[in-house]
Design a protein around this ligand. Structure first.
Ligand SMILES: Cc1cc2nc3c(=O)[nH]c(=O)nc-3n(C[C@H](O)[C@H](O)[C@H](O)COP(=O)(O)OP(=O)(O)OC[C@H]3O[C@@H](n4cnc5c(N)ncnc54)[C@H](O)[C@@H]3O)c2cc1C
Length: 472
């Protein structure tokens, strides 16, 4: 661990303010391990300032003294990007937690980076609007983390990724200057759109301190249905028909393999499957109704035709809020059930929509070719071509761990052959750094490295994450 110079630490503590730092390892400990316990970090200093000016001073000091610093929001990231791996100073945004403004008329909300996503959703709902980003970690993850990872979740199909929901940003650069990109204009073609640089940058180009977010109308009601389908490739024709019939109002289109549901039923008390049986693949579909158009009847018709054509075999509609919550609980509990059952290998891939089925077949065969006892389990955002492809081996954990690298490479090779991406929404962090370096075109990496050098010439911001140290 690089020892932090005593004098530099004193300057940083002074900049963060009396309540804005901690050296207490008991307080620091929860910030150093991530949700699945994969990466363990270390640091002697946690900074937790509560205003942008303090963050600007902190970064100025870090830049002048070449002190590395790692930004952290809710610590729910799944690729290790928020963990100080080598004793860097840890900058928590947890006290940057104010909602600065909400305007229903303008359909926007201004939140500081440390506001938890569920709180933004709650305030938006209170103003009669919807903030549509939704993911299983929404009770802990923060707006700054969501922006820095360009988070996805279950509503991307209808509302886009985080990138599509950001109207403006306030960012502190590595040299301590503050970029105020908060005009919030819907149209502005005056040069490069700088805010886009920081979205998905995983804290390597600047520290996001606040954001202006887009709000949308709340659906008047929802049609929520769980349906059993004959295979992964049946999903796309069903989606296209539903989009046509509902005027593009499908807001969630999630796929789950039977093994994923069985794991949830085993690991999460109080869950039940309303479509028990031998169905190998299930879709959880949700369509937002406008005040003028209720898609329930159209959805019934589409699924009934799908059953006639052998694309689906059964369906159950949620008839109450409670039933809707129960269906969503099945889907949202999969990551928690996966964590509870022990070690697993997570892949977060995307491929062209028409090749989802091909990917599952190829990847399952490739994994079994490496470790015959491995069990593959797929779930995810089928409407976005994004699958979470997990590899488990409950009774062969040691074999799983020793074959991990080989199995990941085998899955990435399938993704590569299908012209897909090795990270659809979780990012690169440290987990995917090597695969990223192998699979990205050299010119793409060179351009990213040039941006990094321009904005952070001393490499103080989250070093070693996303781009490795030996930049081209
Ligand atoms: C159960 C579970 C389900 C999940 N489901 C999804 C899903 O459906 N879709 C999805 O996209 N993700 C999902 N995730 C991953 C995770 O929740 C998201 O990546 C989330 O956006 C991270 O937010 P955070 O505040 O926890 O960020 P952190 O984990 O704290 O940080 C993530 C990255 O952002 C950087 N960062 C954080 N705050 C800032 C800031 N203010 N300025 C600059 N850089 C910053 C960090 O350095 C790090 O690189 C899931 C995670 C869990 C545990």
């Amino acid at each position: 661990m690089t020892a932090l110079d005593h004098d530099v630490a004193a300057q940083l503590k002074d900049a963060a303010g009396a309540e804005g730092w901690s050296e207490d390892q008991g307080e620091i400990a929860p910030h150093l391990s991530e949700w699945r316990g994969r990466w363990q970090g270390k640091t002697s200093l946690l900074l937790k300032p509560d205003n942008t000016a303090a963050i600007a001073r902190i970064l100025m000091i870090c830049n002048q003294t070449r002190t590395a610093i790692v930004p952290q929001g809710g610590n729910t990231g799944l690729v290790g990007g928020q963990i100080p791996a080598s004793g860097e100073v840890l900058l928590s945004l947890e006290r940057m937690n104010r909602i600065r403004r909400v305007s229903a008329d303008e359909n926007l909300l201004v939140a500081e980076a440390g506001v938890v996503l569920a709180e933004v959703q709650r305030v938006a709902t209170g103003a009669g609007r919807l903030f549509p980003l939704s993911l299983a970690a929404e009770g802990s993850c923060t707006i700054g983390g969501n922006i820095s990872t360009n988070a996805g979740g279950v509503h991307v199909l209808r509302y886009g990724m985080m990138r599509d929901l950001v109207l403006g940003l306030e960012v502190v650069l590595a040299n301590g200057s503050t970029l105020d990109l908060m005009k919030g204009l819907r149209k502005d073609n005056t040069g490069y759109d700088l805010k886009q640089l920081f979205i998905g940058a995983e804290g390597t180009l600047g520290v996001i301190t606040a954001a202006m977010l887009k709000l949308v109308p709340q659906p008047a009601s929802c049609v929520t249905v769980l349906t059993a389908i004959s295979g992964v490739s049946s999903a796309l024709p069903i989606l296209n028909e539903l989009q046509y019939e509902s005027g593009g109002q499908v807001q969630a289109f999630e796929i789950m393999q039977r093994r994923a549901i069985e794991l949830v039923l085993r690991q999460i008390p109080g869950t039940s499957n309303p479509l028990p049986g031998t169905h190998e693949w299930l879709l959880l579909i949700e369509i937002g109704n406008s005040a003028a158009l209720d898609s329930t009847h159209a959805t019934e018709q589409v699924l009934s035709r799908a059953i006639d054509h052998g694309l689906a075999s059964d369906a159950v509609f949620a008839n109450s809020l409670k039933q809707r919550e129960e269906l969503w609980r099945l889907r949202e509990s999969i990551p928690e059930a996966q964590r509870k059952q022990g070690r697993s290998i997570a892949n977060d891939i995307s491929v062209p929509l028409a090749r989802l089925g091909e990917f599952v077949d190829m990847a399952e065969a490739a994994v079994r070719g490496v470790l015959s006892q491995a069990v593959c389990m797929t779930f995810g955002h089928a409407g976005d071509g994004n699958l979470h492809f997990a590899i488990l081996a409950p009774e062969h954990q040691d074999a799983l761990i020793s074959a991990q690298r080989e199995m990941e490479d085998a899955v990435h090779e399938c993704v590569w052959r299908l012209n897909g991406s090795i990270s659809a929404e979780h990012g690169i962090g440290v987990a995917r750094r090597e695969a990223f370096a192998r699979q990205k075109q050299v010119e793409e990496i060179r351009t990213m490295a040039a941006l990094k050098r321009a904005l952070d010439p001393n490499n103080i911001l989250n070093p070693g994450k996303l781009l490795s140290a030996g930049l081209p």
